[in-house]
Design a protein around this ligand. Structure first.
Ligand code: HSE
Length: 341
């Protein structure tokens, strides 16, 4: 499978490392041989239609800050749109930083890929939160695949759990922790008695926070994920502007200590129950949503199967890369089935 990779930050590099580390296994178990034919990062582009050497790309990125510095494959002539439109590839993996103002440039990259007959895998929440219904339609119209399981819950298959495992039931409401960074901060404050700022610094160092951490702290990241869930698993046609959002900026150590005396913790909770809302809530310690660290926990209330909670690590480069790999394998399977039919 030929892949164009847009974005070579924490997630993009983790995906490259996963491809290198699991090369033999991916080939023998799944017949999956990913060939990354181009990488674009903030500094430019590297292209090799025969497949880039990923070890070399990681090294150049670490040493020079951009893959465009590669003296053989760095390419200053092509734009990202040229890559998407003219390079032969089956899939575009879009993992550039999230922009929730207008979703760009990722939104245009994804649309161009669909129009060029390329499937797309993304963990980029901006385009999804702003235009998911339209993007799904465009992918269908162009007869290509669109997967984004890493956009909610990182490696934890929250979207698939609801979409596939609860298939046939009707999900009435959803409630949960959808942001790893804020959960990490609130947990550190409660258990380590560290300040908000200290906890945030640690979350940044560990690669959990968004490049603009106010996305996490102000609840926007959680709201994006809520929109994705509402569209994808509940069939709603909503975007970010439909969510009422309040983040955790105002939460102090004192607030956390006060609720602890009542046997509760404070969590940033996203919910779809008629309306879409993100806000800090008091959660009893014995609730399934009372999970710590970067864990995400989402409870689905369905009409017939009842209430289920899925819990797992909700942030991190390698975790998100594992979801992207899952999506790529899914597309590979779909393409193989299509060929046989
Ligand atoms: N910043 C996000 C979080 C990353 O903390 O949950 C995963 O989407």
């Amino acid at each position: 499978m030929r892949i164009i990779l847009i974005g070579f930050g924490v997630v993009g590099q983790s995906l490259a490392k996963l491809f290198i580390k699991r090369e033999t296994e991916l080939s023998s178990l799944y017949g999956f041989r990913p060939k990354v034919v181009a990488i674009a990062d903030k500094g430019g582009i590297a292209v090799n239609q025969r497949g880039l050497d990923l070890q070399r790309m990681l090294l150049i990125k670490a040493e020079k800050g951009t893959v465009a510095a590669d003296n053989e494959y760095g390419n200053s002539k092509m734009s990202v749109f040229d890559l998407i439109e003219s390079l032969e590839a089956e899939v575009l993996v879009e993992v550039s930083p999230t922009n929730v103002k207008d979703g760009e440039p990722a939104l245009s990259y994804i649309k161009s890929a669909f129009k060029a007959g390329k499937s797309v895998v993304t963990s980029n929440k901006g385009p999804l939160a702003l235009a998911l219904p339209a993007l799904i339609e465009l992918a269908e119209h162009n007869n290509v695949y669109f997967r984004f399981s890493g956009s909610v819950g990182a490696g934890t298959p929250i979207l698939e759990f609801a979409k596939r495992c609860l298939h046939g039931d009707r999900i009435i409401s959803v409630r949960g922790i959808l942001n790893g960074t804020t959960n990490y901060i609130l947990t550190e404050m409660a258990e380590g008695r560290v300040s908000f700022e200290e906890a945030l610094q640690k979350a940044k160092q560990l690669g959990y926070a968004e490049s603009d951490p106010s996305m996490d702290i102000d609840g926007i990241d959680a709201a994006c994920k809520l929109v994705i869930l509402a569209n994808w698993v509940m069939g709603k046609r909503v975007t970010l502007k439909d969510v009422s959002i309040k983040g955790i900026r105002g939460i102090s150590l004192k607030d956390i200590e006060a609720v602890a005396r009542e046997g509760c913790t404070i969590k940033l909770i996203g919910s779809v129950n008629g309306r879409l809302e993100v806000k800090p809530e008091k959660i009893p310690r014995n609730s399934p949503l009372s999970v710590g660290g970067t864990l995400n926990a989402v409870t689905f209330y369905s009409e017939f199967a009842g209430e289920q909670t899925i819990i797992g690590r909700g942030a991190g480069g390698i975790e998100t890369a594992s979801a992207i790999l899952r999506d790529l394998l899914d597309i590979k399977q779909e393409l193989a089935t299509k060929l046989l039919s």
